[in-house]
Design a protein around this ligand. Structure first.
Ligand code: SF4
Ligand code: SF4
Length: 621
């Protein structure tokens, strides 16, 4: 029995203690969704991990797509073939998906199609904190925003029904604390899952040519007008009556913080909770504003609803003061929490906020580090040595999205820039055109497939020159070890797309594959490549330490290392320059923490320990 089997049971009535993302999977089962696709990204990753476990038993066609654009296009094809589809991604994934999404908004859909974005306020694992509700306004698509695990499941029902009623894709927006919040979820009866469809051609609808799109744009705006009216009576938008003179309009996780505020301060608050937030329900909001001399809009990130609400007040000549981000009570950055909401709302209720006694600023900083046994560490160490040997001091390190971005920290410092998926190579193209500096681009295997191939084609076509190191750890590690096209898995029906074959087919002549854990081999290949002009590609292959460690522990083949104190000169190279977290100084002696040691053996290589003081443990510990 699989851990997630209770999620796919047919009957309703049970209660499960679920993560928001797990509740979403249950919602898909209950709504009979036949197709789902994604490119993994935190905070949406758990949906894919759970679907991967249950999709076959549940009868859902599911795939980890090569990137979000392909994921959206695949899900769209399913929906217009009559199969309900769900595509999900982290917020920056929507940048990649937005190209087809803008056109899909025009063409509309047949079976329901829901596009989920998991936004990451405070950037816990992202390069920015863009508010994807803005995409909905740009594309003219409705937005549904749950605030807890029960709503994550239940609101999918409304999203699919809305999508089918108006033949329009619906954006389902969570944030980190909604996706990662755990709570009791009451299950409903699961629908029969339909995963086979038939595509009936309709050339005037599905060809996004100007002649069709001009008509479809007008139809799209009419659909949104109708949905706006529907929002006024939708069960997703409702009022919680209290006895405060202050009105509060909110959505998503902010509503949960307000619940805490109410119970912690024993307040009775008038709250308008909106969950169908685009288009905003104009009549409902106007009616709420008329009853309150002062209203505060509590939402995370941009003042998206707040700006709509200010417009509604102005257009309806409602005399009210609207507080929020535009007036400075709430910040337009980072996630909200109860402390932030307390200091915004209590003064408006003439209550003095309590003194801030939080101790979070006094906690020590713990920067993230590459794991012990990580293959990227030995590559970075080798590259730094190669540059030193080649007497190069001004190399540009162009890095990318993945756990290898941790190379930014000392002692490696192998990241001058990180922007977006595949940007390591895009930037390398530009640097090679306008500088004479050596450019070294690092990209992971999954990121290479996602968006690293077109810039490599660009480099060959335009005769640009850079060194590309593809860090192939044979997994999509940072988001939880999802598969990627470089991995063969016949049991699960995955065929391997070989990185070297792809690189060769683009026309790269200077290509070598090395073992990431072999410092000498990496060192020689990088030193050689630095002497040559043009594009050089080094595929540095070494399994992710978490996977190799897990397997070695299971098989009983884990090797551990120790320092022979009689040979150790205390040169400190292993600690200061190689810097595996398992190596530390204990009472003046270099020591290996055998609980942390992954047994990769790199520290024992002569390039790391010139005195050969590190050796395999061959006794009981
Ligand atoms: S063998 Fe050395 S480098 Fe590898 S994990 Fe253990 S201490 Fe770290
Ligand atoms: S590199 Fe070798 S000799 Fe130098 S401190 Fe580490 S264990 Fe000792």
């Amino acid at each position: 029995m699989n851990l997630f089997d209770p999620l796919i049971e047919k009957n309703g009535g049970n209660k499960l203690f679920l993560l928001g993302n797990e509740a979403i999977v249950r919602g898909l089962i209950e709504e009979g969704v036949g197709y789902a696709s994604t490119y993994p990204g935190t905070p949406s990753s758990e949906i894919g991990d759970v679907l991967y476990q249950v999709h076959e038993k549940a009868g859902i066609k599911f795939e980890f797509s090569v990137n979000e654009k392909v994921a959206v296009e695949s899900a769209f094809a399913a929906a217009i073939s009559g199969v309900r589809s769900f595509v999900f991604m982290k917020h920056v994934g929507m940048n990649v998906a937005s190209d087809p999404m803008m056109s899909i908004a025009y063409t509309g859909t047949r079976a329901g199609m829901v596009i989920m974005t998991a936004d990451d306020p405070s950037m816990f694992s992202s390069q920015n904190e863009q508010d994807n509700r803005n995409y909905a306004r740009l594309a003219h698509l409705p937005v549904v925003e749950p605030s807890n695990p029960q709503e994550c499941k239940d609101f999918l029902k409304y999203a699919f029904e809305l999508s089918e009623k108006y033949s329009i894709p619906v954006i389902f927006r969570t944030t980190t604390r909604v996706s990662h919040q755990r709570g009791m979820v009451l299950l409903s009866q699961a629908a029969d899952i339909k995963n086979r469809g038939y595509f009936q051609s309709n050339k005037k609808q599905f060809n996004a040519l100007p002649v069709n799109s001009r008509r479809l744009k007008v139809e799209l705006l009419k659909k949104m007008e109708l949905i706006e009216k529907e929002g006024d009576s939708s069960p997703l938008n409702y009022e919680i009556e209290g006895d405060s003179s202050l009105g509060i309009i909110t959505s998503g996780i902010s509503y949960t913080y307000l619940q805490d505020l109410k119970s912690d301060y024993n307040l009775s608050l008038n709250i308008l909770k909106l969950s169908l937030t685009n288009p905003i329900p104009v009549e409902k909001v106007a009616e709420f504003l008329r009853r309150h001399k002062e209203t505060i809009v509590v939402e995370e990130l941009d003042p998206v609803m707040e700006n709509d609400i200010i417009r509604i007040a102005q257009e309806n000549r409602i005399e009210t003061t609207i507080h929020g981000k535009n007036t400075g009570e709430l910040p337009a950055y980072y996630e909200l929490n109860e402390d932030v909401i307390v200091s915004a709302i209590l003064p408006l209720l003439d209550i003095t906020p309590p003194e801030d006694k939080s101790f979070k600023d006094t906690l020590p900083q713990r920067p993230p580090v590459l794991c012990p046994g990580c293959p990227h560490r030995s590559v970075y160490y080798s590259v730094k040595r190669a540059l030193k040997l080649s007497n190069i001091k001004d190399a540009i390190f162009s890095s990318d999205i993945g756990c290898y971005s941790l190379g930014i920290y000392e002692p490696y410092e192998t990241s001058d820039l990180i922007l977006s998926m595949g940007s390591s190579e895009g930037l390398a193209n530009g640097f090679s055109k306008v500088t004479d500096q050596p450019v070294i681009a690092f990209i992971g295997d999954s990121t290479f497939f996602h968006s690293g191939i077109p810039p490599l084609i660009n480099a060959i076509h335009n005769g640009n020159s850079y060194k590309l190191i593809i860090l192939d750890n044979s997994t999509t590690a940072m988001t939880g070890h999802q598969p990627n096209p470089g991995i063969a898995d016949p049991v699960n029906g995955f065929n391997e797309v070989n990185i070297e074959e792809v690189v060769k087919s683009i026309g790269v002549k200077d290509l070598v594959t090395v073992n990431s854990f072999d410092v000498g081999q990496v060192l020689r290949s990088v030193t050689g490549a630095l002497k040559r002009k043009g594009v050089s590609v080094i595929v540095a292959r070494g399994e992710c330490a978490i996977l190799s460690d897990r397997r070695a522990k299971k098989n009983g083949t884990l090797k551990l290392y120790e320092v022979d104190q009689t040979k150790c000169s205390k040169c400190m190279n292993c600690v200061e320059n190689f810097s595996c977290p398992a190596l530390y100084v204990n009472e003046g002696e270099i020591t290996i923490n055998t609980t942390l040691c992954d047994g990769c053996g790199v520290c024992a290589e002569i390039y790391v320990c010139p005195y050969q003081a590190i050796k395999v443990v061959n006794h009981e510990i």
